[in-house]
Design a protein around this ligand. Sequence first.
Ligand SMILES: NC(=O)c1ccc[n+]([C@@H]2O[C@H](COP(=O)([O-])OP(=O)(O)OC[C@H]3O[C@@H](n4cnc5c(N)ncnc54)[C@H](O)[C@@H]3O)[C@@H](O)[C@H]2O)c1
Ligand SMILES: [Zn+2]
Length: 252
Amino acid sequence: MAEADGDVTLDALRTALRSANSVFVLTGSGISAESGLPTFRGVGGLWRTHRVEELASPLGFARDPELVWTWYNERKAAHVRAQPNAGHYALARLEEAIGDFTLATQNVDSLHLRAGSKRVLELHGNLREARCTGCDARRRFDADGLPLDQIEHFCGGRFRPDIVWFGEPLPPAVWREAEAAAARADVILVAGTSAIVYPAAALATHYNERAFVAEVNPEPTAISGRVDCVLRSTAAELLPQLLGDLELPRPT
Ligand SMILES: NC(=O)c1ccc[n+]([C@@H]2O[C@H](COP(=O)([O-])OP(=O)(O)OC[C@H]3O[C@@H](n4cnc5c(N)ncnc54)[C@H](O)[C@@H]3O)[C@@H](O)[C@H]2O)c1
Ligand SMILES: [Zn+2]
């Protein structure tokens, strides 16, 4: 682990990327902070006045679906108002230069997709669709969110956000793809996550002992002591800088 000299560590990451055939990126809410979306721990609004289980768990939803949808509708509106930042765009550019590139995100804000990333694994779901707890019917919703009088489905179930809540398993196919991508990567880039929400955090360090692992985060995290290079900077500052002098060949 090297933290002393930012330029040296950035160069080490550039060198690793230039010879990488396969790159795996793991992002968390920090990458969207500079788009104006609050991180998990730095938040206001309902996170402050309600326990997380009330807003983001199957039990909380069963107890008060209107409260849960009010919260997610607010978040959806914030996501739609937000714009991808330079960090999201830099990762979309990196994907164009790497033959085997996978981006797994814990975010549900769709900003990677809006920035042009293509191989995106949304580990915790997304806020584009609702699905019925009874019959699995799906419906899209937009910036206005899901109207509270349309939560109940005629089958007797309820529409819920297509989000992985606390205590729920990750979507198995998405998880398998993420595990495989992490395992075969030559470089693993971890940006904007505190790396404490499992199993997502395990993708950074548990599947691959060979890869060069770099962390982009202004604060120390649970994995800072276990990675090959730590870049103490924000994603929107550092990722464009990283790409700036990288001069990667385009895959043929
Ligand atoms: N935008 C979203 O979709 C969103 C927002 C909030 C929470 N969540 C959910 O919250 C859970 C929390 O895990 P997490 O690790 O993603 O969030 P977290 O709040 O635990 O960690 C955020 C990390 O980002 C770092 N950070 C803050 N600003 C940054 C910046 N500008 N550039 C780079 N890093 C920055 C912080 O130092 C911190 O380590 C996840 O399950 C996620 O699904 C998602
Ligand atoms: Zn139904």
